[in-house]
Design a protein around this ligand. Structure first.
Ligand code: KIV
Ligand code: ZN
Length: 390
């Protein structure tokens, strides 16, 4: 069977930009939108046009600039929101309106002081309003993760009938376990009679660290679009991270999916987003963290130096990262020490390395990392007349 495409819906400029301190101006947003298009994302959620004049301007400018990707604007289930979004998206080659409403009882009662029947009607109505402006309407059932599944199925069937071509099933609070989120998607696939007329989208938050696992569970159970952000940015603990889902799909070919992402651009774009949004990436972040391809313990370094595949399943070049590093710490072994000396041009015998290793450990116990300068000094202090410098 042919591999199936998973559409990548990037919301770095909307959900990602909601993070306190990550606010971008219009030029920064347009620049990042161009880079996202170049990366190969299928849909760029450019902003929430009614939220501020600045965001309206950004969505408008991105709509004028982007040539291939779909440009999407977020709205509430409010007529004015939808009209403003349509206006902001006026120049887009492929405009999408992303509208919706909370469907869990927490939202229906706590946020809207309403009832399920009224929310169902509002859901249908907002899709109809949006369809007056574009054929490409995505509906989100906010807090679908905690929505009663039979009611969710009714809402989804009704919004597809009203004209939604994508239905977003957000785990807004990041509450679901992967099997629960996967079962939700499977239930909709099996119980919504018109589900084949729409693409199911996963929008998962990371409050329990499960956003990536949940999105993949959604895909395995029949969803075909993932909403995600560079570096996993987003409200609270963030969203599904784009680089993680893309690399999971690429590494696990047996799943039978592909994306159009040019993975060599992942690390450069991660750094650009981090710099522009002033939001550092944690060193141990999968794919794009500074330690993602560093080896520091003696056992790992020894194996890695013999054959890189012993401790790496991803080639750093495939994700645009610098080549793998052997970091010298007090946990490093003799092989890594000899290798690093050799890279600096110092060739030592096995006995030399045994002696040097003692001095190295004394230093490494005092310092977090032994660097090139330290190695030069260690080498100079050790029988300098016996050194063979190549
Ligand atoms: O998390 C969420 O539910 C959202 C929706 C607005 C799509 O961001
Ligand atoms: Zn969200």
């Amino acid at each position: 069977m042919q591999d199936k495409q998973v559409y990548i819906f990037d919301t770095t400029l909307r959900d990602g930009e909601q993070v306190p301190g990550c606010k971008l101006n219009t030029l920064e947003k347009v620049d990042l939108a161009l880079k996202l298009e170049d990366l190969g994302v299928d849909i760029i959620e450019a902003g929430f046009p009614i939220s501020s004049p600045g965001d309206y301007e950004s969505v408008n400018m991105i709509s004028k600039t982007i040539k291939n990707a779909t440009v999407c604007g977020l709205t509430r289930a409010v007529q004015k929101d939808i009209e403003v979004a349509a206006q902001a998206l006026k120049y887009a080659k492929r405009p999408r309106i992303h509208t919706g409403i909370g469907t869990s009882d927490y939202h229906i009662k706590g946020k809207f002081n309403s009832n399920r029947e009224d929310i169902l009607l509002r859901a249908i109505q907002c899709v109809k309003w949006a369809r007056n402006f574009t054929d490409d309407v995505e509906f989100y059932a906010e807090d679908a993760g905690r929505t009663d599944i039979e009611y969710l199925a009714r809402v989804i069937e009704a919004v597809i009938k009203a004209g939604a071509s994508t239905v977003n099933i957000p785990d807004t609070t990041g509450y679901c376990l992967p099997n629960q989120y996967g079962e939700k998607i499977a239930y909709l696939k099996n119980n919504v009679p018109n589900i084949d007329r729409a693409i199911i989208s996963c929008h998962c938050h990371n409050d329990l660290g499960l956003a990536t696992a949940n999105a993949i569970a959604g895909i395995i159970n029949g969803a075909q679009q993932i909403e995600c952000t560079i570096n996993g940015l987003g409200e609270r603990a963030g969203n599904t991270s784009l680089e993680e889902v893309v690399m999971i799909i690429k590494q696990h070919r047996e799943l039978g999916y592909y994306t159009n992402i040019k993975t060599q651009q992942l690390n450069p774009l991660s750094r650009l987003v981090s710099d522009t949004m002033r939001m550092p990436v944690q060193p141990n972040k999968a794919i794009v963290g500074s330690n993602a391809f560093s080896h520091s313990s003696g056992i790992h370094q020894d194996g890695f130096l013999k054959d890189a595949t012993t401790y790496e399943t991803i080639n750093p070049e495939d994700v645009g990262a610098e080549s793998s590093k052997n970091v010298l710490t007090a946990r490093s072994g003799r092989s890594a020490l000899a290798y690093r000396f050799q890279k600096l041009g110092f060739i030592f015998t096995r006995n030399d390395i045994d002696s040097l290793y003692e001095s190295f450990l004394q230093l490494a116990d005092k310092k977090k990392e032994v660097d090139e300068e330290d190695l030069q000094k260690l080498a100079q202090q050790y029988h300098p007349e016996m050194l063979e410098v190549i």
